[in-house]
Design a protein around this ligand. Structure first.
Ligand code: TRP
Length: 450
């Protein structure tokens, strides 16, 4: 056991699981993807479905992953091999590795933008500009495809460096201080945003549901966003769970992470929508919704220069703790299953991501050749991974825990072998075994039918 731990170092056993899991969960998914999805799916109605997804599916799926990981002390593929040898279950793990690769590829594109925006903030390049100019510059930036690829490469390199050096522990320590700071900044921005003229319309968009807007597409987008934002369905939390101490309380970890992640997403909504409506940015504006609204908002603030700079630095760090978790899944798989040296595994995973990721970045140029069926490769990677692979992975994980691992082992794990109570364990197991698989399947199928 002691040896096992040493071999699986990198994180060491002192890792605060909440900090790590929250670090993985909180990222661009909250600040950038969540508002985009809310905007594209009719606002409040989407938000409502999202909250139901996060609470009733997010917590059980998260707990299931943590249970699998801690029980097996393995990466996402090895975990299934240990618990269900000579079966098809390891496919779930392989799917997760593939999905991690896809997500890292397009996620690093947007992560790279945070670096560009840090540079822009330092040089005060938004000051005094109107919306049309800011929008133009955002498009012009996309059209500089290779500049995007460069930032993306730098970001992947940074992620690789952290994982290579095995200093996640250190990063998580900073994240513990910096993520609450992100929360504070979001609150300040939210207050400014909500006091802009015309902000009310944005609040109504976010909170007054029009139930006729709940379609199959809205359901599946909410499901996908829930899984994406909480880093579920691809084995991040199996891998992280494997680094967790036997004495940690898994249930309360899951609750804390879901709470923190949802709070940050909601706050991001409160920052973006009132301001967007006030400035005349359309809710369906996609990427521009966040990246154009924010500079406009900073322009309206006393000390906007500093808020802008600090915000994008924090956003880059939030993205980094997420990309670390994605890379960690790939590296844990390559090193433990394919017996590569950890360092080599990191290099291989980063190089592969860079290659695929370049297509994602270059597919956002106006005259890009990288589209498939009219959709940019960026969109396609996002759609396939978030709305298909994650929910499918999630459903298989809960089915595995509910029907194959079984109640007793699940209870053993959440109670730390009867040392803690875990009051909600019965309800949660019921959801894991029956409700979650059915609910995910229904949402998923209704989304595919159209
Ligand atoms: N959850 C992160 C975010 O919201 C992104 C992320 C990191 C992720 N690891 C993941 C998404 C694993 C899905 C699966 O920004």
């Amino acid at each position: 056991m002691a040896e096992e731990k040493k071999k699986r170092d990198g994180f060491g056993s002192k890792l605060g699981i909440i900090a790590a899991a929250a670090g993985s969960a909180i990222g661009l998914g909250n600040i950038y993807r969540f508002p985009c999805e809310v905007g594209n799916n009719g606002g409040a109605a989407f938000l409502l479905v999202y909250l139901v997804v996060v609470l009733f599916l997010g917590i059980p799926v998260m707990l299931s992953e943590l249970v699998i990981g801690r029980r097996t002390q393995s990466n996402s593929v090895g975990a299934f091999k240990k618990l269900a040898p000579k079966s098809a279950w390891p496919i779930v793990g392989y799917m997760g590795v593939l999905c991690g690769f896809l997500i890292f590829a397009f996620y690093s594109t947007v992560s790279g933008w945070t670096l560009e925006y840090i540079v822009k903030s330092v040089s005060n390049s938004f000051q005094g500009k109107d919306l049309a100019t800011i929008e133009q510059e955002f498009t012009a930036f996309h059209d500089m495809g290779w500049r995007n690829v460069m930032w993306q490469g730098i970001f992947i390199f940074l992620t690789g460096f952290v994982v290579f050096k095995g200093v996640q522990n250190g990063i998580e320590k900073y994240a513990k201080i910096l993520m609450p700071l992100l929360l504070v900044i979001l609150i300040v921005l939210g207050v400014r945003s909500m006091t802009l003229p015309g902000a009310k319309e944005g609040l109504a968009f976010l909170f007054k549901p029009d139930f006729s807007k709940i379609t199959g597409k809205v359901l599946i987008s909410a499901l996908g966003q829930g899984f994406f934002s909480l880093s579920l369905g691809m084995g991040v939390l199996i891998t992280y769970g494997s680094y967790v101490k036997k004495s940690d309380n898994l249930t309360s970890t899951a609750f804390s992470v879901v709470l923190a992640d949802t709070a940050i997403a909601l706050l991001a909504g409160l920052v973006i929508f009132p301001a967007a409506f006030s400035f005349g940015v359309k809710p369906e504006a996609g990427m521009g919704l966040v990246f154009n609204t924010l500079p406009m908002l900073f322009n309206q603030m006393a000390g906007g220069y500093w808020f802008c700079l600090i915000f994008f630095v924090l956003l880059a760090i939030a993205a980094l703790t997420s990309t670390i978790s994605l890379l960690e899944v790939l590296v844990a798989y390559l090193s433990e299953e394919l017996h590569m040296k950890r360092q080599w595994a990191t290099v291989v995973a980063c190089a592969g991501t860079m290659l695929l990721g370049a297509f994602a970045s270059l597919s956002l140029m106006s005259n890009t050749p990288f589209t498939i069926g009219g959709r940019s490769m960026f969109d396609l990677m996002d759609f396939v991974s978030s709305n298909i692979l994650l929910p499918v992975g999630g459903v298989l994980i809960v089915i595995f825990v509910g029907w194959k691992l079984g109640k007793q082992k699940f209870f053993d794990e959440v109670t730390n072998e009867n040392i803690i109570k875990a009051k909600l364990k019965k309800i949660i197991f019921f959801i894991v075994k029956y409700l979650a698989p059915v609910a995910i399947a229904i949402v998923f199928i209704s989304g595919l039918i159209k």
